[in-house]
Design a protein around this ligand. Structure first.
Ligand code: ATP
Length: 912
């Protein structure tokens, strides 16, 4: 048996009598030896073995050697290598070798760091691999989309990315965006009927194609082609979504580096000419000095360190359930000033319990918690609830107009499907209905699936007593608007919207989510549900209130946001009363102000921009409202993070500065549009990501703030010495040594810095705040000057105390390295003093780097082979102490400066 299907599927349409889209569903099932109950597990496993995983071949990775060589593809490196060759030819062999070593070390560090960054991104990519719903052995399962095989029955709904080429067996309101395949931007409607054999791809209405997006409706069908054999597989055989490691900031820094190299080259030539013409340098010596100076001043290692800082941020965020899909989000998150969040499941637990049922006849409170079918109805006073046939009808409608299932595992009940629908199944069980038996007695004929736009769901059932019934559930005001009558004791009467509205407001004010229910009796001839038949002439049954408590961690996270100057706005499809009650419980604002979707429609964009800052809760919103809210906030200068889960949320997610999709309940469409995916759908994870984002940005500023004066100090010394005609305090090869030793040690550690304690205690940084704030530039200048003073001070002290030039220069090199080490401790805390126990202790990375520096400097100073290579000489112990004292003094001066700056301009210092 296997050989026939395998052979048939192998060649797909070519070998089959007719292509799949032209075959009737029964023929497709027969050809693939499958049916409505799907494959059994053993057969699915066997087919997976035969056909392989349902994925496109991955794009070939760049070979490591090519990646290593790419490190040298940089104007500065060419320049340095040319200089090394020139030095060697001119007899300065040691200098030439040292330059080559510096270049090599830089390339190795860059290569390793880039590799680590890519690994970090690779490992998180799997965390958001797509899943699909398949029917196997007659039951629905959620599986990794890569495990789909030909013959699998696959279910799809709005927002899904189609996981394979599927011949539809059932389509309800189904349409798909097939632009990736056909270029057609208008979604194509889908149906079950076979189409002409020669129909072009865009007209194959009976097929869903892998890689396209379901825009509306629901459906299921048979997977007929997987992996590279799908239509998309034929067009593009590679997955091109490998992340690039470039962010706007990194691009800015690369650009800065390129321009800087040109300036340095210009200045270097001027200095060369000056040294030769006015200071009597021989051209070879002048060239060596200038080359060393250029090596010293250009921050060639900076982009690599920043890349690793970003990658570390991505890893830390993933550990806190926030998976970054696009690297720029890491930077932007840190500047976020408003977080717009969904309510259900993000701020609340999305663990629903139906707690109240109201009909025209009675009010019943329902006991029990979770999804366990244990509990009973009582009257509000606590007495047993009186019998109410309308309530019984309502509960049946709630069970049948429902796609959820409850399962018990180890005594714990959980829900498969929508939690609110799960709560309704539990309600029905508490009322004594048996879900499976009811579904068999009242078979479902058709349905209109729930969508956020229409805010209701309807199902059509055979009535065991004859005829058919439509059951509707949805947002109560929406359902009320569809009803002419309401069910009363054994009869119907005109619907009383005002009294229902009072009941709804009452339940909503308690923070309950409210749903309305209705019924319509139709003839047995009704086969399909349409909006026309469903939207009028219904009989209102009543409402159900659900509790969905706020997440405890969300309450803490909201408080953190407020302390961090980040506004939180709840944007929900729910009722205003419910939303405001939950907003109060979360303490989103002191007195949360609400705005309804309808009010939003009534105001223009300018007016919205004026009021948007003052509103904390947007209720009964649609995805279009979300887009307008993001735009209005952005127009007010905010950096906006926005959550979303539905297919229609994509535009708002794209517009937001950080679009955040829900990993669990989010659609593939939302995930694709988002920059970040929350694995646990939890608001607290967004705030954790903001915390990490702020830390990353701080660390980048620390890396820059440490690197630039290090280079600046060295350069200043050489330039001043040449211009003033003084003896050079360091030889070119010594400058190269300092550079090499610092690049591989201290230069890396700031990327690993943990967050400063007050990271969420200050306002967000401004949208256009330059990375080199005025305060940071000032500090770079100050530190460069301090370094220069230290260098010349120790050099002249050494010469004045009769030490050799070699010893004096060795002391200079040591002084510079020691000052830089102390400066590292100073810059580890941008926003507070470093004179603290934690400040002095450092992290393992810092301590390891300092230990490496000490060993290297001891070798430089005392190892004879170093003396030969670098012209160094031993330094007396007392002088060593003096050098350390100078380093310490530098730190004291810089800490004083921190205090003065904070006193003078606390806000600027904080924002810096
Ligand atoms: P949030 O946007 O915060 O997630 P939400 O879940 O209330 O809130 P939607 O999913 O857009 O937002 O739902 C809007 C309204 O539609 C709900 O308040 C409810 O009244 C109704 N509704 C939600 N789910 C269903 C469903 N499965 N069947 C019928 N009506 C529903």
């Amino acid at each position: 048996m296997a050989t026939t299907i395998d052979a048939e599927v192998a060649d797909d349409a070519a070998c089959a009598p007719r292509p799949w889209h032209a075959q009737a569903p029964a023929e497709v099932c027969a050809a693939l030896e499958t049916g409505i109950d799907g494959l059994d597990r053993a057969e699915a496993r066997r087919r997976l073995h035969v056909w392989g995983a349902n994925q496109l071949p991955a794009a070939a990775r760049i070979h490591p050697l090519a990646r290593f060589l790419a490190q040298f593809n940089n104007a500065l490196i060419y320049f340095l290598l040319a200089a090394a060759a020139a030095a060697a030819v001119l007899g300065h062999l040691v200098d030439g070798v040292v330059i080559v070593i510096v270049v090599l070390i830089n390339a190795i560090v860059g290569f390793i760091q880039e590799g680590k960054a890519e690994q970090a991104l690779d490992s998180i990519r799997d965390m958001i691999a797509p899943h699909a719903v398949v029917v196997r052995d007659g039951e629905r399962h959620i599986i990794d989309a890569r495990e789909i095989v030909p013959g699998d029955v696959v279910a799809v709904e709005a927002g899904d990315k189609v996981p394979a080429d599927i011949r539809l067996l059932r389509a309800r309101g189904l349409s798909a965006d097939e632009a990736v395949l056909t270029g057609e931007s208008v979604p194509a409607d889908k149906r079950e009927d076979a189409v002409a054999e020669k129909a072009p791809l865009g007209d194959r209405f009976s097929m869903l194609h892998s890689g396209t997006l379901v825009t509306t409706g629901q459906g299921f069908g048979i997977a007929v082609a997987t992996g590279a054999r799908t239509e998309i597989g034929r067009i593009s055989s590679l997955i091109g979504n490998v992340q690039t490691l470039v962010t706007p900031l990194l691009a800015q820094i690369n650009d800065f580096g390129r321009r800087f190299t040109w300036y340095v080259s210009g200045a270097a030539v001027a200095l060369l000419v000056f040294a030769m013409l006015f200071r009597g340098y021989g051209w070879v010596d002048a060239l060596m000095v200038v080359v060393a100076l250029s090596v010293g001043v250009v921050p060639e290692g900076l982009p690599a360190v920043i890349t690793i800082t970003l990658a570390i941020g991505v890893r830390r965020m993933a550990a806190r359930n926030a998976v970054v899909r696009r690297l720029p989000a890491v930077e932007t998150l840190g500047a976020t000033s408003v977080i717009c969040s969904d309510k259900t499941g993000t701020l609340t637990k999305n663990e629903m319990t139906a707690c109240r049922v109201i009909t025209a006849r009675s009010v019943s409170m329902i006991s029990g918690s979770g999804y366990a079918p244990e509990g009973a109805a009582t009257a509000p006073g606590g007495a047993a609830a009186p019998p109410d046939d309308v309530r019984d009808q309502l509960v049946r409608a709630a069970l049948l107009c429902n796609d959820a299932r409850l399962v018990e595992r180890d005594g714990r009940w959980s829900v498969l499907g929508d939690p609110m629908e799960g709560a309704l199944v539990a309600l029905a069980a508490k009322a004594g209905l048996h879900p499976e038996a009811e579904r068999e007695t009242w078979p479902r004929i058709d349905e209109l699936p729930f969508d956020a736009q229409h805010r209701f769901m309807a199902t059509l059932h055979d009535d065991p007593r004859g005829g058919r019934r439509i059951f509707v559930k949805g947002a109560p005001e929406r359902v009320l608007a569809m009803c002419a009558e309401q069910a009363e004791a054994g009869a119907t009467g005109p619907v009383d919207p005002a009294s229902w509205q009072r009941c709804i407001d009452l339940a909503a004010a308690e923070g309950e989510r409210v749903l309305g229910f209705a019924v319509k009796v139709v003839g047995a001839e009704t086969e399909r549900l349409t909006f026309e038949t469903t939207e009028t002439g219904l009989t209102f049954l009543g409402i159900v209130g659900f509790i969905d408590p706020p997440r405890e961690e969300a309450i803490a996270a909201v408080a953190q946001c407020r302390a961090a100057g980040i506004a939180v706005k709840m944007i929900t499809g729910d009722h205003a009363g419910t939303a405001v009650a939950i907003a109060r419980q979360l303490a989103i604002a002191d007195a949360p102000k609400a705005m309804q979707g309808a009010e939003l429609d009534a105001v223009g964009d300018d007016d919205l921009q004026r009021v948007v800052d003052g509103v904390s809760v947007f209720s009964r919103t649609t995805p279009e409202h979300k887009l307008r809210i993001v735009r209005a906030l952005q127009a007010n200068g905010h950096i906006v993070a926005m959550t979303g889960d539905g297919v229609n949320d994509a535009p708002a997610l794209k517009q937001a500065d950080v679009g955040i999709a829900m990993g669990r309940k989010g659609t593939e469409a939302a995930k694709e549009a988002a920059q970040m995916v929350l694995l646990d759908d939890n608001f607290a994870s967004i705030v954790a990501a903001v915390h990490e984002g702020r830390t990353v940005y701080d660390n980048i500023r620390k890396v820059i703030g440490w690197t630039l004066p290090t280079n600046g100090g060295e350069a200043l010394c050489i330039v001043v010495a040449i211009i003033l005609g003084l003896a050079l305090p360091m030889t070119p090869v010594q400058i190269l040594w300092i550079n090499m030793i610092l690049t591989v040690t201290l230069g890396l550690v700031l990327a690993f810095e943990p967050a400063e304690p007050n990271v969420m205690g200050r306002p967000p940084r401004k949208r256009r705040a330059p990375i080199l704030s005025r305060l940071l530039v000032w500090r770079i200048v100050l530190v460069s000057v301090l370094f220069m003073l230290g260098v010349f001070g120790i050099f002249h002290y050494a010469l004045a105390t009769g030490q050799s030039e070699a010893t004096a220069r060795t002391m200079v090199v040591n002084t510079l390295v020691v000052m830089e080490t102390f400066y590292l401790f100073n810059i580890r805390y941008l926003h507070m003093t470093s004179f603290s126990l934690v400040g002095a202790m450092g992290t393992p990375a810092v301590l390891g780097a300092v230990a490496a520096v000490i060993v290297a400097q001891l070798a430089f100073t005392y190892a004879p082979f170093m003396h030969g290579m670098f012209g160094s000489a031993p330094v007396a112990f007392a002088d060593g102490l003096l050098i350390v004292a100078i380093g310490f003094l530098t730190m004291v001066v810089l800490e004083l400066e921190k205090i003065i700056m904070r006193r003078m301009a606390p806000a600027t210092a904080a924002a810096a």
